[in-house]
Design a protein around this ligand. Sequence first.
Ligand code: NAD
Length: 455
Amino acid sequence: MKITIIGTGYVGLVTGACLAELGNDVFCLDVDQRKIDLLNSGGIPIHEPGLEEVVARNRAAGRIQFSTDVAASVAHGEVQFIAVGTPPDEDGSADLQYVLAAARNIGQHMTGFKVIVDKSTVPVGTGDRVRAALQDELTARGVAGQASFSVVSNPEFLKEGAAVEDFMRPDRIVIGHDSTADGHKAAALMKKLYAPFNRNHERTFWMDVRSAEFTKYAANSMLATRISFMNELANLADRVGVDIEAVRHGIGSDPRIGHSFLYAGAGYGGSCFPKDVQALERTARQYDQDLLILRAVEAVNDKQKLVLGQKVIKRFGEDLSGQHFAIWGLAFKPNTDDMREAPSRVLVRQLLDAGATVAVYDPVAMAEAKRVLALDLSPAELARVRFADSATDTLGGATALVIVTEWKAFRSPDFDKIKAALRHAVIFDGRNLFEPQVMAEAGVEYHGIGRSILT
Ligand code: NAD
């Protein structure tokens, strides 16, 4: 099938590459000329395992193209995916300007019948707004009778760091369509497009557009709730002498609870959970409802991002001038270079504010870290951050080590080397990578999250 993807970011590029891999003829559009030039020269703008190979293979086979040409992109795909960003606006609700601009672009150029698929995460009712924006353009062109379309909601559930794998092997595919004749025609095309994913068993859940839009927010809000719930319990565990990891095993083995997303840590970040929790709260407010649980989820997370830095300050004092800290992990989670809303940014700010200097390292996010920290910090503050060449390179002369992201490469370090390099054999672990007992035996003073077991 001929497919257009509007927006070539994490979701758009992965969607485009994976649909090309299945044999479709994919046109990827973006407004960012530099991104398109990079892709056309064989580069990849993001770090995502396996993506580079899939893109390269399909470019070579002529199944995927990258362009900024709007008219050509509209002409190409019978199915037009909108996969542009929906960042929070000032009050936390989703900013739909990019989604609506994409819709208007389609309306300005389309002929015949098109399926408009909203893959971006958008609030309930956005399908109606996309439909209205497109219809206005058709009316303005005087072609409303000759061109027709149907708006479908197909939220994306991929995880950064495992995006290609998630897209290729989805747990479920959610498709919302309306019950008009065009809605059914659109559903039939979506069914054909997604048929390869449903070969073993049916993974598609068909519903109305609003329910599909809501499903995405409900999923992310539930996952964020589990994290904040465990973080809040972990902070109590620290006070009462309980090991939150033991508790995690103890409750996760109950199949009604399950093991996923029960890890206490330094707080969730990334481009999705923080903004989606906020956006659902704002939607509720527009309908005069206060989502108490989600407000708490957000507040707990904001506090949790401070916990690691507070532990450092509690141990080494409020005035950290003259102290230097090694920081391992900057991306908001492993296997990505994404630093949007990353807890590491809060930690760096806290330590610098307390007067310390830091040496930071991340296996893939160093370029992104340089870009992002230059925005977060003043030049004088930035001068107190050293971007190290390796994890080991951060350690020399540091007061202590602080781990923020659970990269695999940080899981089995040489503790003797760490101890020899640090001024104090102290590790603050924001991801609970190690066992307190093992650390005690290794002669390391260990501060995890919710692991202050009374002995
Ligand atoms: P992103 O910022 O990585 O990419 C968005 C791209 O859209 C950018 O390259 C931008 O230049 C482009 N763009 C903006 N306006 C455009 C226009 N009018 N025409 C063409 N291109 C345009 O965003 P993302 O992380 O891919 O997220 C996209 C959407 O998917 C968001 O709604 C997000 O919430 C949702 N989502 C993201 C993830 C994730 O893990 N990143 C997962 C599921 C859903």
